[in-house]
Design a protein around this ligand. Structure first.
Ligand SMILES: Cc1cc2nc3c(=O)[nH]c(=O)nc-3n(C[C@H](O)[C@H](O)[C@H](O)COP(=O)(O)OP(=O)(O)OC[C@H]3O[C@@H](n4cnc5c(N)ncnc54)[C@H](O)[C@@H]3O)c2cc1C
Length: 459
């Protein structure tokens, strides 16, 4: 079908105001947080599930690629329309349809911004824990498609743990209702779980039902300074072994701490080799007990400095170190190859040793920080892409870090997914039979390979 005729058909589905071929729209929607651009031919903003289904029937008939996009702040190029075609933005599907307080359930559209949803449920004394650091921009459809996590996942689990059901549209335009709104539901195959983390390759999510929790009564932050990452990692294991499950448990290595100190101009104690930021939450009495327990364990593990926040402002100040991390580390070299590897938390010291060895051997800056409580570390290989030799060493380092993470019992992504950036490394994490099983599922859901082509296993 001619470009003009396709444009006219798309406009007849959503209205001429909600489809664009402008250079500006195509450029702004042709990238995510990676900042690598591939231009779509059309950008379209449907409002309803039925409109999404009509777009998919048309695209399937004409064999035009469709790439779904929510907030567009993914880190692995998932929403980048590598093969052009239609970029389907869900930003007009932005309604919180229902917050059912007695059943602690919410029904939302995929274009609701994560932070807006959290605020809306918290205003009712309810709690939606998954908290990707991108939550001011990311959207719930993107969070579900990536199975996003965040600091609170050590205690509360990732996005998928909260999805009870959803409506999605297949590549061939059928409307599927998966799961439901009850805590228990074992009718048929669990298509809801299959869709979670499917990176826009199996269907387009148009409505999601989430379960919610009661908002914790209190929380408290404790900051712990150590002389080495190994000592800090030992403290992480001890905290959990003592049956304290913090809401957040973040580790920042000495390298990253020095980058923040340089960035902010705030001095750092001479011996500082790693920082742990711990937040406990729950009933006020439990918070008191758990924070004292954390202090005791930290002292036993040789903490150089222990700071307990006694107000929201103090807590905010302690967490500001973590919040400044990305900008501070980003100044070290022009490009950050941000890897979100994950290992069993007792193996974090081994992972950090491996990274240290690679950093020295390959002469690369590799600051590490992240969600130590669940073993998910951000290992940032810093390079200058203009320096061909450094770029080559950076690429080799990334592959070695992936192989080491798998050898330590972990895997190559705990949060950001595969997209196209990590697609070349899929075979490090998954066996050929496992990848083949995924390919066969993909063919069943999308026989003509039009939905988000070029991602995960280069379909
Ligand atoms: C500064 C920063 C911090 C981050 N911190 C975290 C973090 O702490 N934890 C974490 O997990 N991630 C983090 N990320 C990565 C990213 O924000 C998450 O993956 C987030 O869930 C992406 O949401 P999005 O709405 O931007 O999705 P997009 O980037 O728009 O899309 C992501 C994927 O989902 C697909 N998709 C989008 N909408 C739909 C839909 N309706 N149906 C089907 N598929 C769809 C897209 O095709 C794409 O494959 C961070 C990113 C940045 C830039």
């Amino acid at each position: 079908m001619e470009h003009e005729a396709l444009l006219a058909e798309l406009a007849s589905i959503v209205g001429a105001d909600h489809v664009s071929i402008s250079e500006l729209d195509r450029t702004t929607h042709g990238q995510d947080a990676l900042k690598e651009v591939a231009l779509p031919d059309f950008v379209i903003w449907p409002r309803t599930t039925e409109e999404v289904a009509a777009i998919m029937r048309l695209a399937n008939r004409e064999r035009v690629p469709v790439t779904p996009r929510a907030g567009g702040v993914g880190y692995t190029g998932g929403a980048v329309p590598l093969h052009g075609g239609i970029l389907l933005s869900v930003t007009r599907m932005d309604q919180i349809l229902e917050i059912d307080e007695p059943n602690m359930v919410a029904v939302v559209e995929p274009g609701v911004v994560t932070a807006d949803f959290q605020r809306a449920v918290e205003a009712r004394g309810l709690f939606f824990p998954p908290d990707p650091a991108s939550l001011a921009d990311s959207m719930l459809g993107g969070n579900v498609a990536e199975n996003a996590g965040g600091p609170r996942c050590v205690k509360y689990g990732v996005t998928g743990a909260y999805v009870l059901g959803m409506t999605f549209v297949t590549a061939t335009g059928e409307i599927v209702k998966a799961g439901g709104r009850t805590a228990k539901n074992v009718v048929g195959f669990d298509l809801t779980s299959l869709m979670v983390g499917s990176e826009g390759m199996l269907g387009i999510v148009t409505e999601i039902t989430f379960r919610l929790l009661p908002l914790p009564e209190a929380n408290r932050t404790v900051s712990l300074l150590f002389s080495s990452p190994r000592q800090a990692a030992g403290c992480v294991t001890a905290i959990m072994a003592n049956r304290v499950i913090p809401a957040k448990l973040e580790l920042i290595d000495g390298f990253s701490l020095r980058a923040v100190a340089e960035y902010t101009g705030e001095p750092l104690p001479k011996d500082a080799g790693a920082l742990l930021l711990v937040e406990v939450d729950g009933p006020a009495s439990e918070v008191e007990r758990e924070s004292r327990e954390v202090e005791r364990i930290a002292r036993d593990h040789g903490a150089l400095e222990i700071v307990v926040a006694h107000s929201e402002q103090e807590s905010e100040r302690l967490w500001s170190v973590r919040r400044k991390m990305s900008q501070a580390v980003g100044r070290l070299r022009p490009r950050k190859l941000n890897q979100d590897v994950v290992v069993p938390r007792t193996r974090i010291p081994d992972l950090l040793d491996v990274v240290d060895e690679i950093s020295n051997r390959m002469n690369l800056l590799i600051p590490c920080f992240g969600h130590a409580g669940d073993g998910n570390m951000h290992v940032n290989v810093m390079i200058d892409p203009e320096d061909a030799d450094e770029a080559r060493r950076g690429k080799e380092a990334v592959e070695e870090i992936f192989r080491a993470s798998v050898a330590l019992g972990g895997t190559i992504s705990g949060e950001h997914g595969i997209g196209y950036v990590k697609a070349p490394y899929l075979g490090i994490a998954l066996t050929p039979d496992t990848i083949d099983c995924m390919r066969r599922l993909k063919r069943t859901f999308d026989p003509n390979g039009i939905l988000n082509p070029g991602k995960v296993f280069f379909n």
